[in-house]
Design a binder for this molecule. Structure first.
Ligand SMILES: [Zn+2]
Length: 658
């Protein structure tokens, strides 16, 4: 009866992570002649004769699953490289930027690889890499992928070639789900509880693993369909790569809380393997660590380095990362470990195999983030606007020609805007932009001043024919915002986005453009039901749960009401005082109010079951699992003020305002 805490919370807890591909009918158009030319020109701009990365990505190959195909326990496909077989073609088709094609081919090299005797990597069996180390009594696993199915399959593949040994330790390098979500595919919780398996993570891991996606989760999840190209069929006119890896494994996530927090820059010996840690908090992730293995002379940089430009700003939306600090941590590992490292591995992409190349690679990565940071700030301090900076910031040729500095996931353009935003926020200081008309009205008036819809379309068709896709996409955005029913505008806007997608070097940009084109043509891609994430929900702090409630208050329903609710989680001994006033929900921990309108108490398990949709608040009250003293109406009254945000809100056209 009440749609309480259902899909929105669930989506929130899986944000950015789970997008089973929904294969749509292929309605795409071929690359235009202009696009073919632009892509052809890339071949002369970049060092394609340098094919070392392909040797590096194949080196140490041990074995692979046929087509890389992984089925989960219910027999659903969790991972499959067969739809990407089209990447076997030698040269890029007109509809794919050759530089992205190169990365897409590299990220199609999948299976189990030996790094050195005793250290292995499972690569391209999910978005990330799983590193497996043979210790004295068993295996140490670094980052068990995104889903239990792919992690289990990766470990099985290792067993096929190296024999079966127990997993004795798991290390999570950082708090992003593609580095922990598959943990239950490689260990079971009882063994962890029994002390047979230890799980190591950097400080703040649990908090950030959960927090990153709770408050803004619904918006991030929806926007992430654009970033990752969820729903785009793989193909030369569809999905080719995410830039960071081929795609996202599909299935539910798991999480087992760490048993051990790795102290700052500790040296630990785990099952006979010495590890020197280097923390890098507040950079690529809030909580992240790199590590050096003296016995192997191997440096693992987690996700602080990758064979490309990563995101300072991520286009699904997230807090801006600190490029300056990021660069400094790369320099730190360069100083501490480069002269002792023979091989550099990371938790995405392929290794660097020679000591000289490691220093060079780390210098390139260090300077890449620092250059974007410093030059953005330099231009910002001259008064240039984000759009000017994004357009004018060019990497020096010495970086530009490095494959590991190319923007496959992040781009110089959107990262520069991110750096600007970190310091200056959304406002460019021009008072005309302080309080402009809202988007739809601004678009309607703009189109009107431009001579009306028909005139704008006439001009835009000519510009489209000339290959001016950026401008056409921009003008059609106005036209569709002015009149979403204008079919011709939607089609032309889609055509422009599509050509931009075909030209994009970044997997993220290609996906965003092509999903945008698809939604202009066909409407919103409705994601498949996202699986429940019980492990993540159970790890949600109660206080964070109330924060998530607060962002769902409907101010009209809450207007003029003042409610105080005591909320106790009996088995945890947690008390909260919730206060709804001024259409705003706040809470205090460790406090109850003797004049509260209602006092509710429940066990955490009951709250978890509500989050997992096994029951609802009314049902749990009915069943006596939630005790409500004083006014039941006050409690239900609060719950009824909460709205459920739509998981498929419009992006390429105006959203419904209320
Ligand atoms: Zn990752």
């Amino acid at each position: 009866m009440l749609p309480l805490f259902k899909k929105a919370m669930l989506a929130a807890l899986s944000a950015g992570l789970l997008f089973p591909a929904i294969v749509q009918a292929e309605t795409s158009k071929p690359a235009a002649a202009v696009t073919a030319q632009v892509n052809q020109a890339v071949l002369n701009e970049l060092p394609f004769a340098d094919t070392r990365s392909f040797e590096d990505a194949r080196r140490g190959f041990v074995g692979a699953l046929p087509n890389g195909r992984v089925l989960d326990e219910e027999g659903h496909v969790a991972w499959d490289m067969e739809p990407y077989a089209f990447l076997n073609g030698d040269s890029a088709p007109d509809s794919v930027n050759p530089s992205l094609w190169r990365m897409a081919q590299l990220n199609a090299i999948h299976g189990l690889f030996e790094v050195v005797d005793g250290m292995y990597q499972v690569r391209n069996m999910d978005l990330s890499n799983m590193t497996i180390i043979e210790g004295d009594s068993g295996l140490i696993i670094i980052d068990p992928l995104l889903t239990p199915a792919t992690a289990r399959a990766g470990l099985e593949l290792y067993y096929q070639h190296r024999g079966k040994k127990p997993v004795v330790a798991v290390l999570y390098t950082h708090n992003h789900a593609d580095h922990f979500g598959g943990v239950k595919g490689v260990v079971n919780e009882e063994d962890v509880r029994a002390g047979k398996v230890r799980i190591y993570a950097p400080e703040g891991f649990m908090e950030h693993a959960i927090a990153e996606n709770v408050i803004a989760g619904n918006a991030m999840t929806r926007r992430a369909t654009y970033q990752f190209g969820a729903g785009l069929p793989p193909g030369v006119r569809g999905h080719v790569d995410t830039g960071l890896g081929k795609a996202l494994g599909s299935g539910g996530l798991s999480l087992i809380a760490p048993t051990d927090t790795v102290p700052d820059n500790a040296n630990l010996t785990i099952d006979g393997i010495e590890i020197e840690f280097q923390m890098a908090h507040g950079t690529e992730a809030e909580s992240e660590m790199m590590m050096y293995f003296p016995q192997f002379s191997v440096l693992n940089t987690a996700e602080i380095t990758s064979q490309q430009l990563h995101n300072i700003y991520t286009i699904r939306g997230a807090a801006i990362r600190d490029a300056n600090s990021w660069s400094k941590f790369i320099d730190k590992v360069l100083v501490r470990f480069a002269d002792r490292a023979d091989i550099l591995v990371a938790q995405h992409h392929w290794p660097i195999w020679n000591p000289e190349d490691i220093t060079h690679f780390l210098e390139v990565q260090r300077d890449l983030y620092k250059h974007i940071h410093d030059q953005t700030v330099r231009m910002m301090n001259r008064g240039m606007l984000p759009g000017d900076i994004a357009e004018n910031l060019q990497l020096p040729e010495s970086l530009n020609q490095e494959w590991s500095a190319r923007g496959y996931y992040g781009t110089v353009s959107h990262n520069a805007r991110g750096v600007y935003q970190r310091y200056m926020g959304w406002y460019d200081a021009n008072p005309a932009n302080l309080n402009p008309l809202p988007p739809s009205e601004e678009s309607r008036r703009t189109i009107d001043y431009m001579g009306g819809e028909a005139e704008v379309l006439r001009k835009a068709r000519k510009d489209f024919a000339d290959g001016d896709y950026r401008w056409v996409a921009s003008v059609m955005r106005h036209l569709v915002y002015a009149n979403p029913e204008n079919r011709e505008a939607r089609e032309l806007g889609a055509d422009a986005l599509e050509q931009l997608g075909y030209q994009a070097e970044a997997g993220t940009w290609r996906s965003a453009y092509l999903v945008g084109a698809h939604e202009l043509r066909h409407g919103v891609i409705t994601p498949k039901h996202v699986g429940l994430q019980p492990d993540l929900m159970q790890a949600l702090e109660t206080s964070m749960f109330f924060d998530a409630m607060g962002v769902r208050v409907d101010p009209e329903k809450a207007a003029g009401k003042h409610l105080v609710i005591n909320w106790s989680i009996t088995d945890k001994g947690e008390d909260y005082r919730l206060n709804l006033q001024n259409a705003t929900l706040t809470h205090r921990s460790g406090e109850l109010d003797e004049h509260a309108h209602a006092s509710v108490s429940m066990s955490r398990a009951v709250l978890d079951n509500i989050l997992l949709q096994k029951t609802s608040f009314p049902e749990a009250v009915e069943a006596g699992d939630i005790k409500v003293e004083e006014s039941v109406d006050a409690f239900f009254g609060l719950l009824q003020m909460l709205e459920q945000p739509p998981s498929n809100f419009a992006i390429i056209e105006p959203v419904a305002m209320q």
